[in-house]
Design a protein around this ligand. Structure first.
Ligand code: FPP
Length: 230
């Protein structure tokens, strides 16, 4: 969700005002996804590298997150949305952890859409964590190298049970993955836009999805093979 800082600068405001506006886009996009029938939406809200930002900005982001969760739980319950989190959430401030735990628990039975917040998330850490668990289990004699299939490995990631993303949207003219879902995005379609995140709303989302719908996903096959299968 890139571009909050630049949006603020363009409007002669401080960076935190940009994040506040960005939180409005979060509300709008979650609502739009639910309306058009998206089953899983993952938002990269705070990376494991974001701790290095100025302390005041980190504190403001944590407060925004806490407020967002407190205010949106009603909306999630009303709209049948389940909340999950990926990343090392233990390192988040206790107030955020508490409301996160509470919202995850309260929405656990919801089935129409899953909203996943990536918080203190980094793909390298996630993959390393999975490798460490596998090595521990192998040392205890619980598994052998040949047991480590793609499916089994995916089960050690924080996204276990969540399908791989079909579409990645990156805003604000950045063309990087920034340590986001590296394992999970092997066959994900990418959509890059210059629109800054606070200006990214339902209309821009529909444009991104319409572009995605025109693509042919071949998963290594030829176009002919894909068409025959369809
Ligand atoms: C990156 O843009 C944005 C972030 C690191 C924070 C994203 C947070 C929100 C959208 C609001 C809070 C989240 C929720 C789920 C309520 P940037 O600040 O790097 O922008 P810049 O590149 O223009 O400086």
């Amino acid at each position: 969700m890139d571009g909050n800082g630049r949006w603020a600068q363009n409007h002669s405001l401080g960076r935190i005002a940009g994040h506040r506006k960005g939180a409005e886009s979060v509300r709008n996009i979650v609502e739009a996804c639910r309306k058009i029938g998206i089953s899983y939406l993952t938002l990269y809200a705070f990376s494991s590298e974001n701790w290095s930002r100025p302390e005041r900005e980190v504190r403001a982001l944590m407060t925004l997150l806490e407020r967002y969760l407190r205010s949106e739980v009603k909306v999630m319950l009303k709209n049948n949305i389940r909340l999950l989190a990926i990343g090392d959430t233990e390192a988040l401030p206790e107030k955020v952890r508490a409301v996160l735990r509470d919202t995850i628990e309260k929405t656990a039975g919801n089935t129409a859409m899953t909203l996943i917040l990536a918080l203190n998330y980094g793909s390298h850490d996630e993959i390393l964590g999975a490798v460490r668990k596998l090595i521990d289990e192998a040392c205890q004699g619980k598994i052998r190298a040949s047991d480590v299939t793609l499916e089994r490995f995916a089960g050690y990631l924080s996204t276990r049970g969540i399908p791989d993303p079909d579409l990645l949207i990156r805003t604000s003219g950045e063309y990087r993955l920034s340590n986001f879902l590296l394992w999970q995005m092997a066959y994900t379609e990418f959509y890059f836009t210059d629109t800054l995140w606070p200006d990214f709303r339902e209309e821009q989302l529909i444009e991104a999805i319409s572009g995605y719908q025109k693509r042919e996903r071949r998963f290594g096959l030829t176009s002919d093979q894909v068409q025959k299968r369809a």
